[in-house]
Design a protein around this ligand. Sequence first.
Ligand SMILES: [Zn+2]
Ligand SMILES: [Zn+2]
Ligand SMILES: [Zn+2]
Length: 246
Amino acid sequence: MIKSLTFKKTLGALTILFVLLIMGSHRIQAQTNAERAQAYYYAAEEAYNNEEYSKAVSYCDQVVEILGSSNARVEGLYVKCYYEQNNISKAKEALQTFSNLKPDASLSKEIALYIVRIEEAEKEEERRQELAAEEAEKKAEYDRTHTTCPNCYGSGTTTKKVDCYTCYGSGEVEGSKKTCPVCRGTGKGAVTYDFLGGRKTAGCSNCHNYGWIREKETCPGCHGEGQRTITKTCSICYGKGDIKKE
Ligand SMILES: [Zn+2]
Ligand SMILES: [Zn+2]
Ligand SMILES: [Zn+2]
């Protein structure tokens, strides 16, 4: 009997404790969500101010996920981030959601600036596309009326071989002075005696009495080929690589 009463008391106390715990945790959970959403929003704002726009967008996503819905402040920040990222279609989408969420006057005024900016960016994009289309049309027209130059095969230049102007086509040039190996620099040849015993010295035939010779060396301009390749602007297409079709 005593045991049973103690058991009932214990059970009752546990039930109350359990209910209190559930109630408490609900209250804590609700508070935490609001606080977390606020914290992520502040983090998003800070990221935006630091020009970290994709980071700011992902923090905004977190706010929406925690709250289970969006609000005007978050959508306003989306507008600003997407605009800075040059993602005009997303910015426009966020702007539409922003307007539907009935923002207060000061927030409306801040974001109103982006209505103008987004419209101007759209016009700019339109102009850019028009220009690109014009360019593409011009190029297509050019391709229709022109064909690859048969003279240079589209390169715009032709090459031709000419005699090397360093060696005049020989492939060799005169080297530096060297002592004649035959006369060892004297320029004199063999000594001969005539029938009266007169001494006569011949000149060196190898160096023509100079005492030095120049050996031929490979031309540095053409590497011994005697010819050089020169590149010229194509005379048919004047360097364009294309000519007008007949
Ligand atoms: Zn040469
Ligand atoms: Zn000599
Ligand atoms: Zn050509």
